[in-house]
Design a protein around this ligand. Structure first.
Ligand SMILES: [Zn+2]
Length: 531
């Protein structure tokens, strides 16, 4: 009681002081309204409480009398209310719901009958039933009357094996193989060729199905078909119309020859080859102007069925103001393909080939001899590569020595054009004979250790006018001149190519078989009637 009275008195007095003094000293002297709850809850005198509570300003204006005890009390009230409101915020966690019980037994069977699932996942429909007396087992399951399948010829595969893999009996596979080999060379059939095979009804289950039909594209210009005719197989050749008008691409060089030619439709490797060929005649970066016209001709084949085979570059030309700056034609001469100018002069720049694939172990120049142990001139280059590795002719030439020669052991010397000759020593075996002509890259012998040698290696020398020179110093230029009959043929081919219109190879190919096809009734109806 006492306490309660004091509490009420205290509050009243605070309010009084507030009104009168409004000083900071007064606030400090009085305890805060936090003492209030103690007095409220311990009190029993209801009438007094009611009076007190009705007079009490629960929500003082916090905008005025800032810092006064009443203001602080209001602040505490506000904070408490805010805290209460925040504590009442709803939780946004998931709401637990009812989960369906897993289906089992009869219900599971019923549900499963209604779903669609792959067989691999155990799909079945309906309720399983045990076989009743009404179920009679089949004596034999029915077979498909014919099977159509596609077999693919693999790399290094044989046609016969492919057919046998597809299920054709070995004698029939052999028969088909013979028929096909009579029509085309089997080696010409490209790996990856798809073969349509139709197998017929077999007389008994322990026998292979007979081959009813077989069809595939044997060559770019030939379809082959094998049909059953009674007990025999019959081959049908179905030629495909093929047009081999070369593809000519002409255009202005512009800022970049490469990009312009690519934009005009030339394949990347053809443009690279073109630049290489033109580069042998002139400098691509300096001598070609942006107003020049490039002229690229590629070998090109297209079949009536729509396939296209783009071949290699066969002509490279450059024109300036309608005048030819370069005309290079690919030509086979003496078993070799080379690029020739319009005049029939061929040119191929190139270094000498490597005489063997091994690495260079010793260069041309002064060195301490490994056996004789004094400083002397090494008159050639040494190559490693192991015993028996092949040795190649560095360029075309004629064998002028093939046999033993002192410290060189087994030695071959080739005479080339332009006063050059090359020598190959220490061979284990010689593969050419004296007086023979050899081509660049041809095998002339094998690495060995004959003669004055510490181990298997090739001692390679190059001579000019009979004296050794550093093999690294020579860059070869081969020149060939066409003449007589060959030159006339060459010029004829050049003229023929130059008559080809750019884009002539891209026109629609008139198909002989398409014309033969009868006109369909529906198309005839749509045509206007002739009067
Ligand atoms: Zn040597």
């Amino acid at each position: 009681m006492n306490l309660h009275h004091q509490g009420v008195g205290l509050f009243k007095s605070i309010d009084d002081i507030d009104m009168q003094v409004q000083g900071s000293a007064a606030i400090a002297a009085n305890p805060l309204p936090s003492a209030l709850p103690e007095t409220i809850f311990s009190g029993k005198n209801l009438a007094e409480w009611r009076e007190y509570l009705s007079e009490l300003d629960w929500v003082p204006d916090l905008g005025v009398e800032i810092g006064s005890p009443t203001w602080f009390r209001g602040l505490v009230t506000l904070t408490a209310l805010c805290g209460f409101a925040i504590s009442c915020l709803p939780d946004f966690g998931p709401i637990a719901g009812h989960r369906a019980d897993p289906l089992s037994g009869f219900r599971a069977d019923q549900a499963r009958s209604q779903m669609i699932a792959p067989l691999a996942y155990g799909s079945d429909t309906g309720i399983r039933m045990a076989a009743t007396d009404a179920v009679r087992p089949l004596a034999e399951s029915p077979e498909r009357p014919s099977i159509e399948l596609v077999a693919t010829l693999g790399r290094g595969d044989s046609l016969r094996r492919v057919l046998q893999r597809a299920g054709v009996a070995s004698d029939e596979a052999a028969q088909a193989n013979d028929l096909i080999s009579g029509a085309v060379s089997l080696g010409d059939i490209k790996p990856g060729t798809k073969i349509d095979v139709v197998l017929g009804r077999r007389p008994a289950k322990n026998q292979a199905r007979p081959l009813d039909q077989l069809a595939f594209r044997a060559r770019f210009d030939l379809n082959l078909e094998i049909l059953r005719d009674g007990s025999q197989l019959k081959l049908n050749r179905k030629p495909i119309l093929v047009d081999d008008t070369p593809l000519r691409i002409k255009g202005t060089v512009g800022s970049s020859l490469y990009r312009s030619a690519r934009a005009a439709g030339a394949p990347a490797d053809a443009v690279q080859k073109y630049l290489q060929v033109i580069g042998s005649k002139m400098s691509v970066s300096r001598d070609i102007r942006s107003t020049d016209e490039f002229d690229i001709i590629l070998s090109y084949r297209r079949a009536e069925t729509g396939e296209v085979e783009v071949g290699d570059l066969i002509y490279a030309g450059l024109e300036r103001g309608g005048k030819a700056q370069a005309q290079m034609l690919r030509w086979q001469s003496g078993g070799r393909t080379n690029w020739f100018e319009a005049s029939g002069v061929g040119q191929s720049n190139g270094e000498l080939a490597r005489p063997t694939n091994g690495r260079i172990t010793s260069n041309y120049g002064m060195r301490r001899h490994p056996i004789l142990r004094y400083k002397r001139m090494h008159s050639g280059m040494d190559f490693g590569g192991g015993y028996g590795a092949p040795i190649y002719a560095v360029t075309d030439g004629k064998v002028v020595h093939a046999g033993r020669k002192g410290g060189f052991g087994n030695y071959v010397r080739l005479q080339h054009s332009g006063g050059l000759a090359s020598g190959y020593g220490h061979m284990s075996r010689i593969a050419v004979s004296n007086g023979r002509r050899v081509r660049k890259g041809q095998i002339i012998g094998y690495i060995g250790s004959t003669g004055l040698s510490t181990g298997p290696h090739l001692h390679y020398e190059l001579y000019r006018g009979g004296r050794t020179i550093n093999p690294r110093s020579v860059k070869f230029v081969e020149r060939a001149q066409l003449g007589g009959q060959e030159l006339r043929k060459f010029k004829g081919e050049l003229q023929k190519l130059q008559r080809v219109e750019p884009g002539a190879a891209l026109t629609t190919l008139k198909s002989a078989s398409a014309q033969a096809e009868p006109e369909r009734e529906i198309n005839r109806l749509n045509k206007p009637l002739k009067s």
